[in-house]
Write a protein that binds this ligand. Structure first.
Ligand code: ATP
Ligand code: MG
Length: 373
């Protein structure tokens, strides 16, 4: 693994001009894990206008946060975030000169490491390396405080746990579960972006597992089981599987503000799901037309996941007690004053139904079930 040349150059130039500068965040974490970073971020004590002056062909991206983009590298001034009065975004930011203050505003220990791009020396105030080694995700500071500051961190925790196969620290998980009710306060686009990263990541099933476990997101166990079979799937397939059990996928996709083009594709895949068998089995020209659609492979994949899921459900049924011993007889019912006739049969069947789904197990429970209260 080599450090990106532009990132090296950016750090070197900032330092040559008397500023502190270092690689930071996701790229350091990924580098230490031996993974190719998606993007290279630089943190510096230089103010945004000083950065702009040093890199002529740069442009300001996060004007509010003072982030400058130069040859694909994001150069951000050390900062502290102000209050998050709405649990969504900091109301203000304050530029600071100390690297440690910049580290403290970050969410998880593994996301707050700094690295010298030349010597590869790591500055790690909160033992992110220890957490990576022991495979746990933990926040910087109290997880309750950090999640109340920004509820999106619930989703981010699920995402990072799934992405890097980490356990979620016990206190962090408690905080997630306690604050999950507030998930609705987060800007929907931010949630969607984290969901997309979970869904298209290496282990979507685990990401959804964490979100379901803390009650931040409900999805059917079947959806989760199907997602668990995917790894780094294309976005359209991932979202189609995610929406497969939704009663009104279009409304949900629009609520999450997915772009129209994706909504159209996902709805087409979901619609084709029912047609695939019929069209493919009768070998019609319609099947060929369907196969020309760019999303046809995704539709086939959804069909496969669905079929496997259905088969598994069927096999699960075979493992259940399908012939439970009757808890009550017709005589028992007649002795309790129910007249002989079709009512007896109806009640016996009602009890058997309740036994099959495991709702009643004893004679007493069976009697309670049929005794009007
Ligand atoms: P990825 O590789 O997916 O981009 P990343 O760690 O770079 O992962 P980003 O969302 O790009 O994640 O954020 C970059 C860095 O900014 C993080 O590593 C973290 O230090 C900090 N950060 C981002 N979002 C938050 C947040 N909501 N709260 C605190 N710190 C955050
Ligand atoms: Mg990033």
């Amino acid at each position: 693994m080599v450090v990106d040349e532009a990132a090296k150059e950016a750090v070197a130039r900032l330092r040559a001009n008397g500023h502190q500068a270092s690689l930071v965040g996701g790229c350091v974490r990924d580098f230490l894990l031996g993974l190719e970073p998606k993007d290279w971020d630089v943190a510096t004590s230089a103010l945004p206008e000083q950065v702009s002056a040093l890199f002529e062909d740069s442009k300001a991206v996060g004007t509010h946060f003072g982030v400058i983009l130069w040859r694909g590298v994001e150069i951000a001034t050390f900062r502290e975030d102000g209050e998050y009065s709405d649990g969504r975004r900091p109301d203000s930011v304050k530029f600071v000169t100390k690297m440690k203050r910049d580290a403290m505003r970050r969410d998880f220990t593994i996301n707050a490491m700094y690295m010298d791009p030349e010597t590869l020396e790591v500055i790690d105030y909160f033992d992110g390396q220890g957490d990576l080694k022991s495979k746990v995700l933990s926040t910087i500071g109290s997880p309750f405080d950090r999640i109340r500051e920004d509820y999106l961190r619930i989703f981010r925790a699920a995402r990072f746990a799934a992405q890097f196969q980490l356990n979620i620290d016990g206190a962090l998980f408690s905080a997630m579960a306690e604050e999950a009710d507030n998930a609705g306060k987060i800007a929907v686009e931010r949630v969607r972006d984290e969901l997309v990263k979970i869904l298209t990541g290496p282990d979507p099933g685990t990401g959804l597992y964490w979100l379901r476990a803390c009650d931040a997101w409900s999805c059917s166990p079947h959806t989760q089981a199907m997602l668990a079979k995917l790894s780094n799937p294309p976005l359209s397939l991932a979202v189609a599987v995610f929406m497969d059990q939704e009663s009104n996928p279009e409304a949900e996709l629009r609520r999450l503000r997915f772009p129209n083009s994706l909504v159209d594709t996902v709805l087409a895949i979901l619609a084709a799901r029912a047609e695939v068998v019929a069209l493919l089995e009768n070998n019609s020209v319609s099947a060929l037309r369907l196969a020309r659609e760019p999303w046809f492979p995704d539709a086939l994949e959804l069909f496969r996941l669905r079929s496997e899921q259905t088969l598994e459900r069927g096999r699960e049924l075979l493992k259940r007690d399908l012939w439970p011993k009757p808890l009550l007889s017709g005589d028992d019912l007649m002795r309790r004053g129910i007249p002989q006739g079709p009512e007896i049969g109806r009640l016996l069947r009602e009890i058997e139904d309740a036994q099959l789904i495991g709702r009643v197990k004893t004679k007493k429970e069976a009697l309670d079930l049929i005794t009007p209260s």
